[in-house]
Design a protein around this ligand. Structure first.
Ligand code: NAP
Length: 254
């Protein structure tokens, strides 16, 4: 099962896994894009079960996942990938966008994970992959709301992993990947990677049963370095460097 399979990372994950004869459950709001993805992979040997699904709607998420399970009899792997971003700086604050980011990235992920676990726990097996973000490395100026949804996802997955050892949980923090989410935002495109390369790295990390995976390596080093910094030093850096950078570029976004 892949949420957000209509675009970017979700679509790349499906294309990378399609040769392995999988019964896919593809979910996202745009059904046409899901149908086109399945049509491109029609000779791959995999099957594609498709449902238009807005992850903000709990009942819709539950009915899609339960219907897939009842038709196929198993749910082994869930990529909890649907996500949107927004600039949540004081100046650019927009309640509609802020609430939509929380409802999609955090509440939508919780609905999805919970619906999957209600199948996987009785099955006594399953893998849940949560897609976080390297932006969750600290409180990044203008990315507070997006970052909190990703860090919230990390905490939720960590607590579930402590409670449910029979389930594999992998939390992935991607660096910057060339997908629609960051197009038109040059400061979100450093060390940019293709979705195809990103999909390969993520699939390998899941295969290796990693608990947390941050990529690329440079982003992982930056992530750990930033998290080690004492708060006063981080705040000084954030104000002096990151905030300046965002201010220069903010007119190009939102
Ligand atoms: N690209 C990056 O640099 C990067 C870096 C770090 C983390 N991420 C994370 O990676 C994940 C995938 O993003 P992406 O880069 O592949 O961006 P993308 O190409 O914009 O894809 C986002 C996906 O989320 C789906 N989605 C959005 N709102 C939804 C909703 N309410 N219900 C169901 N699906 C919804 C979209 O499908 P529909 O519009 O069809 O619903 C789309 O398939 C996100 O969680 C993002 O935060 C990306």
């Amino acid at each position: 099962m892949v949420t957000g399979a209509s675009s970017g990372l979700g679509s790349a994950i499906v294309e990378a896994l399609a040769p392995y004869q999988i019964n896919f459950c593809l979910l996202s709001r745009r059904e046409k894009e899901l149908q086109e993805l399945a049509a491109r992979q029609k000779n791959s040997g995999s099957n594609f079960w498709i449902r238009a699904c807005d992850v903000q709607r709990r009942e819709t998420v539950y009915s899609a996942i339960n219907d897939f399970f009842h038709e196929t009899g198993r749910l082994d792997v869930a990529w909890v990938n649907s996500g949107i971003g927004t600039n949540s700086s004081f100046q650019k604050w927009n309640w509609e966008k802020v609430e939509s980011v929380i409802d999609t990235n955090l509440k939508g992920a919780i609905y999805t994970i919970r619906a999957c676990l209600e199948i996987m726990v009785p099955q006594n097996s399953g893998t849940i992959i949560g897609i976080g973000s390297a932006v969750a490395l600290r409180g990044v100026p203008t990315r507070g709301i997006y970052g909190l949804t990703k860090i919230g996802l990390e905490y939720f997955i960590e607590s579930l992993a402590a409670e449910l050892p029979q389930i594999q949980f992998t939390l992935i923090h991607p660096g910057f990947v060339d997908t629609p989410i960051n197009q038109g935002s040059s400061h979100h495109r450093i060390w940019l990677m293709t979705p195809e390369k990103a999909a390969q790295l993520m699939i390998k990390a899941v295969g290796q049963r990693k608990k947390v995976y941050i990529y690329p390596v440079r982003m992982k080093l930056l992530f750990h370095f930033m998290r080690m910094l004492p708060l006063p030093i981080y705040l000084w850096l954030a104000r002096k460097i990151i905030k300046e950078h965002y201010r220069e570029k903010s007119s190009a976004q939102d």
